[in-house]
Design a protein around this ligand. Sequence first.
Ligand SMILES: [Zn+2]
Length: 494
Amino acid sequence: MPRPADRISAARFFAYSLVAYRIIGGVARARGPTPAGASDAAFSVAARASLEMPPSRPPSRLAIRADLLDFVDDPGFAVDPGPAAVRFLPDGWLLVEEQRIAAALPADQDPGAGWTRLDRRGQLLLPGFIDTHVHAPQLDVIASFGTELLDWLRTYTFPAEQRYADPAVAEAGAERFLDALLASGVTAAAVFPTVHRISAETLFASAQRRGMRLITGKVLMDRNSPDALRDRDVAGAERDCVDLIECWHGRDRLGYAVTPRFAPTSSDDQLALCGRLLRDYAGRAGGLYLQTHLAENRAEVDWVRSLFPQARSYLDVYARHDLLGPRSIFAHGIWLDPADRAALAEAGAQIAFCPSSNLFLGSGLFGWGEADAARVAVTLASDVGGGTSLCPLRTMADAYKAMALRGERLTAWKALYSATRGAARALGLEHEIGHFGAGTMADFTLWHWAHGPVQQRRQDMARNLHERVFAWMLLGDERNLVASHVGGRQMYAS
Ligand SMILES: [Zn+2]
């Protein structure tokens, strides 16, 4: 049960959300469905109106007492990487001042007077998780039976995404999705909406109201997809992207990602537009992100080879349009060769490893060891709805199992690092999220070490800290989550 202070905060936030929801919903529902690529000026007005909403405020100085765990640096794959990488402060203090982390202190350094105290002793306090690849509209088709990637897109995903042309559907979907992230312990994400401009706009507006770090951008597709999900021409797609970038990129905690779905659904002209946008906005707020899919499934790789015969490899299709850079996120990257891995490392691009999706769709087993040896940054992602859970604990457990099938072993440290500070580092956001360093935003999550008798027994029997954290990671899920905080504000409580 939430404590009284949590209940007040949660109630206030709920009332605030409801007002914002009504303002935007009222405008959005008055409009009919919007075709792919069409602009939606009325929604932009509503989204701007929501910016004036007063934020609900947590105490200006908050001291939380719990078992603090975060990372100072990459722990590698060692079981005992030592305090230079892992920081564990049992019964420690996390000090939050005006939305930011002021300090992480050991148990014996009481913060003194002047702090509102929150006693969470016996609970695990972690930085908020970062999901580097997830599809908001695919909550509607998560856990759909019986297909591999290309058939799955045709059978389930494309029909579901067509509904997001309707602003009311897009808006309700964005709200539901972000609430679901927070209820899973995820406080920041790189998200695919649909091809509809309104679907990106609603995600930006909903994330902004919550104060969340969110990276998204309208999906680009101009071939090999249904009419209702296809950009009509390059000029129209460019207009939509530019309008969204100008409105949202670098605003509060939002970043724009140029988002070609994957090579087969974009023409060379559209991929050239992606490269142009990245170049044109290179100087704006650190530059745009690029997110797409890469070498997920063998049939897909064969299809790309037939569509782009001039390219050396799947990755080379993107490289030829200058889409490889330090802000590029490539989901999956299962079927790569050493030259591809070298190119990714050289560019500083990251692979978002999506084990739950890879197992569910039978796509293949990602070689983290090979990527690591080539010095490619790897982060962890749910890829819902190909993945079957938004909860990072489930993703990490699946990552362990997928790697075990290749004879590799994923430690709890490497998994947790890659879903927190490692992801922040790969996204160029280490100054803002992913750890308890002073000055970063106070995005954090609280967890029960155990939910139910099986988890409790395993915790009781753990002989050292890695055993304890590993068992928590493998056996836990969103039922272990106590609360999610964004910028110090409690946004979810179980
Ligand atoms: Zn995906």
